[in-house]
Design a protein around this ligand. Structure first.
Ligand code: SF4
Ligand code: SF4
Length: 83
């Protein structure tokens, strides 16, 4: 899938609840893969690190599911300017 010209921005509202981590389709796909190692979370598109959700800009497809699901609206989808 082509990566949209968007990125996900985090704010300081995040409580680390993990809702975004569980709704992310990339994470779901990874978890379903036979070779998924629960200790290897580096490929996850979003994960909670030190009490805050952290987006992996390499694997995130900017679908916005995490932002729509965050109970405190901590994440936002930002359109990137096209050059
Ligand atoms: S970004 Fe929102 S949904 Fe994700 S851990 Fe933080 S508060 Fe929870
Ligand atoms: S925008 Fe990125 S981190 Fe958020 S649900 Fe979609 S793929 Fe996952």
């Amino acid at each position: 899938m082509a990566k949209a010209n968007k990125r996900i921005e985090q704010s300081n509202l995040c409580t680390g609840c993990g809702v975004c981590v569980s709704v992310c389709p990339i994470n779901t796909k990874l978890r379903k893969a036979d070779e998924f190692d629960p200790d290897d979370t580096a490929k996850m598109a979003i994960r909670v690190v030190d009490g805050k959700a952290l987006v992996n800009e390499v694997t995130c497809i900017s679908c916005g599911a995490c932002a729509r699901s965050c109970p405190v609206q901590s994440l936002s989808v930002v359109e990137l300017a096209t050059a």
